[in-house]
Design a protein around this ligand. Structure first.
Ligand code: ATP
Length: 243
């Protein structure tokens, strides 16, 4: 069953720029789905349309719909969408730099009952022992990799059903990318969280995801099981750097 279905979505920025031009995709419940494509294809815009964050950027859904477990959500506020279990980790590790690790995590859990905060933190520290060691440190002083871990940890505090990850590998050394992808795999396997993963790193994303969609210029141009995509000569040439 699909937890998320996006149908023929059109998004316009500033009333003029049409960025999504009839985009359709889905994310199967309990699975990891990858959304790939070149810079500017519209991947971040797609995630923001799902999480309701377009309005803050003068973006608007002008056609099509976003269905969460069959229910249209494209007119809801970001706050209501979070309460429905959708949480987006934005590109560029947007943690609260002036707050400690623990305060960031607490902020991530603000929609949850207070009794869940402490166990939620322990759960996050279980995935990221490094965050536990630095729990009283200001987030702004941590390395890029640690901030990415914190951004994901903060999202987990909200107990998402659907986790939207925008380029979690951006700017990280290969070993850290592996570490973060392994945590995403565990969160999915151990908690059944559905993941929609936007990535430039197509190889890593397709190794992790079961299914992938490839976007060009505001539309999906190809989709299929990750294995099929990895064996597709066009994908190999344009996205995996093989030819
Ligand atoms: P990237 O990997 O570079 O983030 P992307 O596939 O995620 O690329 P988007 O960030 O969704 O692409 O951008 C798609 C198009 O929309 C680009 O042409 C971009 O310039 C434009 N765009 C994005 N955000 C805005 C905005 N707030 N206002 C106007 N145009 C925007």
């Amino acid at each position: 069953m699909d937890l998320l279905t996006v149908e023929n979505l059109e998004v316009v920025y500033n009333d003029v720029v049409l960025v999504l031009k009839g985009l359709s995709l889905s994310a199967a419940e309990g699975r990891i789905t990858a959304l790939l494509g070149a810079n500017g294809a519209g991947k971040s815009t797609t995630l923001k349309a799902v999480s309701g964050l377009l309005a803050g950027e003068d973006g608007e859904v002008t056609a099509g719909q976003v269905l969460l477990a069959g229910e249209p959500v494209q007119r809801l506020t970001p706050e209501k969408i979070v309460r429905k279990g959708v949480f987006q980790v934005m590109e560029g590790r947007r943690v609260f730099e002036d707050m400690t690790v623990e305060e960031n995590l607490r902020a991530g859990g603000h929609t949850r009952p207070s009794s869940e905060i402490r166990p939620g933190m322990e759960r996050v520290y279980g995935y990221f022992p490094r965050l536990a060691e630095r729990r009283h440190q200001l987030a702004g002083y941590m390395s890029g990799g640690e901030q990415q871990m914190l951004a994901i940890g903060r999202a987990l505090m909200a107990r998402p059903k659907l986790l939207l990850l925008d380029e979690p590998s951006l700017g990280l050394a290969p070993l850290l990318v592996e570490e973060i992808f392994e945590i995403i795999r565990r969160v999915n396997a151990e908690e059944g969280v559905t993941v929609l993963l936007v990535e430039q790193n197509a190889r890593a994303a397709l190794s992790l995801a079961e299914y992938g969609f490839i976007m060009e210029n505001g539309r999906v141009v190809l989709d299929g099981p990750s294995r099929d995509l990895m064996n597709n000569p066009d994908v190999q040439e344009f996205y995996l750097g093989l030819s």
